[in-house]
Design a protein around this ligand. Structure first.
Ligand code: PHE
Length: 464
């Protein structure tokens, strides 16, 4: 089964399989559910602009680094650091990753559960003949319920765990390969319908015309956090996947393709949603419900709308699934390799524990809706801590590790596959990893967190 390295580890079987799996991890709820709503929250074009800057200057270099670390170390996120930097503290980076995986998977499963529920709602015809206001109520009253969303979340976690249990090739690779292309097609259809709605122009303007007056450091931090979240970076997902990639794969090219695919899909999602938000007079800052409240209006206005809405929510669930398995895999690979657990036990343990936290997350939308941390409920707390603290911090450590500790020579060796490929970008890569990424992350992290505190405590901490 494996092309190289240790015989007991899985590996991806083809170049397309690698890209499908890595892109499958990157493309998920982050692109379709989260990106449009945080773009809406932080004022549209300005957010988009800063986000794209972070993707190019920081995201891509860190993605290359993670794949490199994993393929070189041939271990889970924690173990790969042990191999590459024996007897050092760098392995803590891998531990941060495992914690981040817990935080993310807990709320991720909740939203994926919403998506499954909406697929069924579409199927039984519940998403038609409604006004935009009715769609809002439909969504908010659903997520506040104490039982139904929890059941969907648990079902989603069961599916995730079963696929992870099947292992790398049979589980992860196979499903990613088929379903990603279909998702792109349906998004394109949606964009076409959405931008031809009366009044859609305002949405496109909101999305593409930067207005920095409504933009603040919280927005910058969210853009940074989301660049990590969306590309699956900063917590060792791509270290873990990198460890399953064979030595002949051109990692730089793979990273570029995955980054492009992820960014294009996020843009398509925003272009499907924002014009409709304005056409149906929905507030762009409506938060996590934006996709669920907006798109049913669009489906209603297109021929074959019911068919498309079923397909959309099924594919959204699938996109979520190819991401959630990559998150669970980080924890499972860690348990298997570091605690010598068998894969079944490790998967069960990881699946059950994340599902339990997830239940509380779901309940925090309704009966347990109280502030857990700086005024945010549990759901928002986990999202904030994971995306805006743990992932950038993990990314910072990864950049410092490759830039300053591991160094150009060995990095080049791995990226060229021992001389097989030309890696012209090595100097810019090292520049970003040594200076740009660490500095930018450090400043944005500190400043962004302080500004969040200011908003919460209603005091002035920062001089400006
Ligand atoms: N990138 C995934 C998404 O956009 C989420 C994710 C984050 C997956 C971190 C793995 C690691 O939905």
């Amino acid at each position: 089964m494996s092309h190289s390295g240790d015989q007991n580890r899985g590996s991806f079987s083809s170049k397309f399989g690698v890209i499908a799996a890595a892109a499958g991890s990157a493309v998920g709820l982050g692109n379709i559910w989260k990106f449009p709503y945080i773009t809406g929250e932080f004022g549209g074009g300005a957010f988009l602009f800063v986000y794209l800057g972070f993707i190019i200057a920081i995201g891509l270099p860190i993605m290359i680094s993670e794949l490199m670390i994993g393929r070189r170390g041939r271990q889970n996120a924690f173990g790969s650091f042990k191999v590459l930097a024996p007897n050092s503290k760098w392995r803590v980076t891998g531990l941060f990753g495992v914690v981040a995986a817990y935080l993310i998977l807990s709320f991720y499963g909740v939203v994926a559960g919403w998506s499954l529920h909406y697929a069924v709602e579409a199927l039984v015809g519940n998403l038609s003949d409604r006004t935009p206001q009715e769609f809002e109520v439909l969504f908010t009253s659903f997520i506040e319920k104490p039982v139904l969303p929890v059941l969907w979340q648990l079902l989603f976690m069961v599916i995730t765990s079963v696929i992870v249990l099947l292992g790398v090739q049979k589980g992860i690779e196979k499903y990613s390969k088929i379903l990603m292309p279909v998702l792109v097609i349906i998004l394109v259809v949606l964009v076409v319908r959405s931008i031809t709605l009366p009044g859609a122009g305002k949405g496109l303007e909101f999305l593409f015309k930067p207005d920095f007056s409504k933009f603040n450091m919280e927005g910058v931090l969210s853009a940074l956090g989301h660049a990590f979240f969306s590309l699956s970076l900063g917590m060792g997902t791509l270290i873990t996947y990198g460890s399953y990639i064979n030595k002949k794969n051109n990692l730089g090219k793979t990273a570029l393709q995955v980054t492009l695919a992820d960014t294009i899909i996020a843009l398509l999602a925003a272009m499907a949603i924002m014009p409709a938000v304005f056409a149906f007079d929905i507030a762009p800052g409506s938060g996590p419900g934006l996709v669920f409240m907006t798109l049913p209006n669009v489906f209603q206005q297109m021929p074959g709308g019911q068919f498309f809405s079923i397909l959309f929510f099924v594919l959204l669930s699938v996109a979520a699934l190819t991401s959630s398995i990559s998150i669970l895999e980080v924890i499972v690979a860690f348990f298997v390799e570091e605690f010598k657990l068998n894969r079944k036990v490790a998967t069960l343990l990881a699946g059950i524990t994340t599902a339990i936290v997830g239940v509380f997350c779901s309940l925090s939308m309704g009966i347990l809706n109280f502030p857990a941390f700086i005024g945010k409920n549990l759901f928002d707390t986990l999202d904030f801590l994971a995306s805006n603290v743990f992932l950038p911090l993990g990314g910072l450590l990864i950049a410092l590790f490759v830039g300053w500790y591991y160094g150009k020579k060995k990095t080049l060796q791995e990226l060229t596959s021992e001389g097989k490929y030309k890696v012209k970008f090595i100097n810019s890569l090292m520049w970003s990893l040594k200076y740009i990424a660490p500095l930018a992350i450090f400043v944005v992290l500190i400043y962004g967190i302080l500004e969040n505190l200011e908003t919460y405590l209603k005091v002035e901490i920062l001089p400006w």
